[in-house]
Design a protein around this ligand. Structure first.
Ligand SMILES: Cc1cc2nc3c(=O)[nH]c(=O)nc-3n(C[C@H](O)[C@H](O)[C@H](O)COP(=O)(O)O)c2cc1C
Length: 192
């Protein structure tokens, strides 16, 4: 059986991003569980703010097509998003909006979402840990016909969650990550 491939997308470009750190932690657990993991940065897929006139004039930007094809080359996708004003950052929403406009030959538009499992996670300084961003992201991905796995992960008080060795301090956080990883692998295998 081919190796299960999972794409990990942090939803922040910020140096020292809490979400990029959480994405790295989950990526390591995915690899530990046997998945072949690709962790990207959206900085490598720079996109203008979605504008229908721009699409009509110039088509979908090549970085959106590349990001869509990157997703298509994996069986499952994990998005680790910050919470901005109780929702997802424009970076994440804009990337999804553009990818949802990509239509490769022989495909319906947005088919890439419908054919794979998505997991969602968030990290924040707050007690809620980005839960509201997760609700928003689940809704957006579901609107794109994605299978969003039931488990999700909100890392509360994320600035204090790691020790000096960059390991999670609380066993419950690691357990929650492992639960997310198990379910993402299970759902991705089902859709393979
Ligand atoms: C515009 C803006 C809005 C924010 N709104 C929220 C919010 O609604 N809830 C929350 O928990 N944190 C909020 N934050 C704080 C972010 O969670 C925090 O900056 C976090 O570190 C961003 O993720 P990153 O470290 O991965 O870049 C906000 C930050 C910014 C810049």
């Amino acid at each position: 059986m081919a190796a299960l491939k999972i794409l990990v997308i942090p939803g922040s470009l910020r140096t020292g991003s809490l979400n990029a750190r959480l994405a790295a932690t989950i990526a390591a657990e995915l690899a530990q569980a046997g998945a072949e993991v690709t962790r990207i940065s959206l900085a490598d897929f720079p996109l203008p703010i979605f504008d229908g006139d721009l699409q009509a004039k110039s088509g979908v930007p090549k970085h959106a097509i590349n990001l869509k094809r990157m997703m298509a080359a994996h069986h499952g996708v994990l998005i680790v998003t910050p919470e901005y004003n109780s929702s997802v950052p424009a970076l994440v929403k804009n990337a999804i909006d553009w990818v949802s406009r990509v239509q490769d030959p022989g495909e319906t538009r947005g088919q890439v979402f419908a054919e794979r499992a998505f997991a969602i996670a968030a990290a924040s300084h707050s007690r809620l840990g980005g839960t509201r961003a997760l609700s928003a992201l689940r809704l957006i991905l579901s609107a794109c016909q994605a299978t969003v796995i039931p488990n999700q992960l909100a890392l509360s008080f994320a600035t204090e969650a790691y020790d000096d060795m960059d390991r999670l301090k609380h066993p419950a956080d690691l357990e929650a990550i492992r639960g997310l990883v198990r379910q993402l692998i299970e759902f991705s295998q089902r859709l393979m």
